[in-house]
Write a protein of this length. Sequence first.
Length: 90
Amino acid sequence: MHAPVFYSRRRTARVDTPQGVWVYWRYAGRDDTSRVKNLSVGGLFIETKRRTILGAITKIDFLVQEGQIRAEGVVKHVEPGRGVGVNSRQ
């Protein structure tokens, strides 16, 4: 018996984050503070119930003790009521 094979378009693996990883992010003229569910080299999934527009440019500040970590991204995936997938802006 063969195990099913699942293919992904992802270039890098996701890593689930502990409950303590949060970001302050700005998009489409709005500000929000949200938990990061998982992240990878190319992006992250932010948990939020707020409506977000596909293609919105985001500015992200990670809220960590190690210092200031900032990034820009683009909303590439929206799951209404759950959150958004953001890829790094290139």
